[in-house]
Design a protein around this ligand. Sequence first.
Ligand code: NAD
Ligand code: WQD
Length: 337
Amino acid sequence: MSILITGGAGYIGSHTTVELLNAGFDVVLVDDFSNSSPAVLERLEKITGKKFPFYQGSILDTEFLDKVFTKEDIELVIHFAAFKAVGESVQKPLKYYKNNISGTITLLEKMKEYDVKNIVFSSSATVYGTNNPSPMTEDMPTSAINPYGYTKLMMEQILTDVAASDPSWSVTNLRYFNPIGAHESGLIGELPNGIPNNLMPYITQVAIGKLPELNVFGDDYPTPDGTGVRDYIHVLDLASGHLAAVKYNLSHKGAEIFNLGTGHGYSVLDLVKTFEAENKVTIPYRIQGRRAGDIATCYASPEKAKEVLGWEAKKTLKDMVRDSWRWQTTNPNGYED
Ligand code: NAD
Ligand code: WQD
C-alpha cells in the first residue's frame, strides 16, 4: 500500500516525501510542474537512496487520476497540489478557485470511486482571518479576505462535510503557519516564481544580490519592535508533522484539524537580524507602509498537535535561516543549477 502525494514536487511536498521514504512508507508522487521542476525528482532519489513512482499530470484530469488509482495501490492521499500566491489569487480568482477547489473535488470523487477514504490536507493559518488573538487555537472562528484564503476555507469545509456524510472517511486538515528553511543537503528547497511575495525567499534574494533591498511592510504594529510577528516553522518540522498526521489518520475516522506551528512569534526584524548574524551577511532594508491584508501578530497554539499527534517542532530560528541560505547559495537559480 502506498501514500499518494499530490503536489509532491513542490516545496512542502518534496520535504514530506523525504520524511515518508525515510520512515519506510511507499510513496507515489503526482505533479503537473505548474510551480515546480522535474529536477526535484532525481534530487529526492539522491537524498533518500530510494526510487518511487511519479506521474506527471493534473488533479483536474479525471482520466489521469484513473490511471494513477488503477495502477497504484493507494491507501491515503496527502493533498498539497494547489496554487498558493495570495496576490495572484486577487488578480486571477478563477484560476485559483478552479485549480484549488475543482481540483480537490475531482480528487475526492476519484478517491471515493476507488474506495480510498483517507486524506491529509494542506490548509493554512490564513483561515484564522484577521480578528483572532494569538496563540491561535483550532476552535477559533475562521474567515478569509482573499480568494486564496477562501479556497482553503472552502476545502476544509468540503472535506469536513464529506467525512460527516460517510463515517468510513478519515480527514486530517493541517493548518500550516509560515514554513521556511530547506533540507540540510541543500538539494531541495522553495522555488519562488518571479519576485518572491513571502519574507524568507525575499531576504535570501537580497542577501545574494538579486534584489537590492528588503521592503519591511510597516513598523507601527503593536508588536515589540513594531514589525509584523509570525510563527516561522522549519519545513522539515512540517514534514515530520505530516508523518505524525498520516499515522493518526490511518488509525482514526472522522475529521480533525491541527495547527502545525512552533507556538513562537518572531518579528520581521528578528528574522533579518538572526539571518545576518547566523550567515554573516548584510540585509539592507527600508521601512515601507503596511501591506494590505496583513495582521500584526499570528502564531499558533501547537498544543493539540502535541497532545493528539505526539508531534512538536524542534528546529530553531537559527536552523531555519541557515538552511534557507544554504539552499539559496547552492542553487542561486533554483533547480536550473
Ligand atoms: P508549491 O507550489 O511549492 O507546491 C505545490 C505543488 O503542486 C507544485 O509542485 C505544483 O506544480 C503542484 N500543482 C499545482 N496544481 C496542480 C494540479 N492541478 N495538479 C497537479 N499538481 C499541481 O507549494 P507549497 O509551498 O509546497 O504548498 C503546498 C500546499 O501547502 C499548498 O496547498 C499550499 O496552499 C499549502 N500551504 C503553503 C504554505 C506556504 O507558505 N508554503 C502555507 C500554508 C499552506
Ligand atoms: C511575513 C511577514 C509581512 C514580505 C503568507 C500567506 C499565508 C501562508 C504563508 C499560504 C509579514 C512581512 C513580507 C516582504 C515584509 N501561505 N514582509 N516584506 O503574509 O504571514 O503569510 O504566507 O497559505 O496564507 O498569507 O507571510 O512571508 O508574506 O509575510 O515585511 O517583502 O513579513 O508584512 O509581517 P504571511 P509573508
